[in-house]
Write a protein that binds this ligand. Structure first.
Ligand code: SF4
Length: 224
C-alpha cells in the first residue's frame, strides 16, 4: 500500500497546486475519458478536493462499457460527475451521403463532439485540469504543467511528469478498478468507431490508417 517516494512527491505537488488555486479563488474543473490509466488523477484529486466537477465529453459514440465504467468510478470515488455534449444534434452530424462525419472527416466530428462543447467550460471556470502525460506522444511531450488556453481559463496538467510505470504502480497499489475492455486487448479506448483493436501502443489505438493522433483538445485548446 506504501507508494514509492517519487509518487508521494508528485501527489504532494498536486495537493499544493490545488491549494494554491483555492487560495486564489480560482475554480477548477476536470475532464476525463475514464480509461483505466485516467483513474490515478481522479483518485488523487477526489481525495484532496472531492467537489471539483469532473466532466465527461459525451460524444454519443462511446462503448456502453465505458459509460458503465464511468458511472461505477464516479460512485466509488464520490466524484462530482457532469456530462457535456454537443449542441449539434446527431442528425446534423452527417456528410453529403448520409454517413456520420467520423467516416469522412474525423477532425470535424471531434470538433463538434469534443472541442466545441469544451469552449463554454473554458469561459466558465478558471482552471482546466486534465490528465495528459508527456510520455504519451510527441505533442504532449511539449506541453508544460500550466498552459494558457484560447479562452479565459488556463490548463493544469498534474500528471504530465508521471511515467506509465508510476500510473500502473498507483493503480495496483490502490487496487483501482479496471475498464472492462482492458482484458479484451484494448489499450487506448475512446469513441467506439475510432478505437482500434488490438493496439500497437497507447496512441495507435485510435484512428487507424490516419495521421490523426489527437482529438483536438490538446492541440486546438492550447494557446499558440
Ligand atoms: S473520436 Fe471519432 S467518433 Fe469520437 S468525436 Fe472523434 S471522430 Fe467522432
Amino acid at each position: 500500500m506504501e507508494l514509492k517516494e517519487s509518487i508521494q512527491a508528485k501527489i504532494a505537488a498536486i495537493t499544493e497546486q490545488l491549494g494554491a488555486f483555492q487560495e486564489a479563488c480560482q475554480r477548477p474543473f476536470i475532464t476525463s475519458s475514464f480509461q483505466t490509466h485516467s483513474l490515478p488523477m481522479l483518485h488523487v484529486i477526489s481525495r484532496i478536493q472531492p467537489n471539483v466537477p469532473v466532466y465527461f465529453l459525451q460524444t454519443g459514440f462511446h462503448f456502453p462499457e465505458t459509460l458503465a465504467f464511468r458511472d461505477q468510478v464516479a460512485r466509488e470515488f464520490g466524484l462530482n460527475l457532469q456530462n457535456v455534449e454537443s449542441h449539434v444534434p446527431k442528425i446534423q452530424q452527417r456528410n453529403a451521403i448520409g454517413n456520420f462525419y467520423f467516416t469522412s472527416d474525423p477532425d470535424y466530428c471531434c470538433f463538434l463532439n469534443k472541442t466545441q462543447p469544451m469552449q463554454p467550460l473554458l469561459d466558465q471556470y478558471d482552471v482546466w485540469i486534465n490528465g495528459v502525460r508527456a510520455d504519451q506522444n510527441a505533442n504532449r511531450k511539449n506541453l508544460r504543467p500550466i498552459e494558457e488556453t484560447p479562452q479565459r481559463s488556463f490548463r493544469y496538467h498534474p500528471m504530465l511528469d508521471w511515467t506509465k510505470q508510476e500510473i500502473w504502480e498507483y493503480i495496483g497499489k490502490m487496487d483501482l478498478p479496471r475498464h472492462p475492455l482492458d482484458s479484451q486487448g484494448y489499450i487506448s479506448i475512446g469513441c467506439e468507431p475510432c478505437t482500434v483493436k488490438p493496439s500497437l501502443d497507447d496512441r495507435d489505438g485510435r484512428w487507424l490508417g490516419q495521421q490523426k493522433t489527437e482529438c483536438g483538445l490538446h492541440t486546438e485548446l492550447v494557446k499558440k
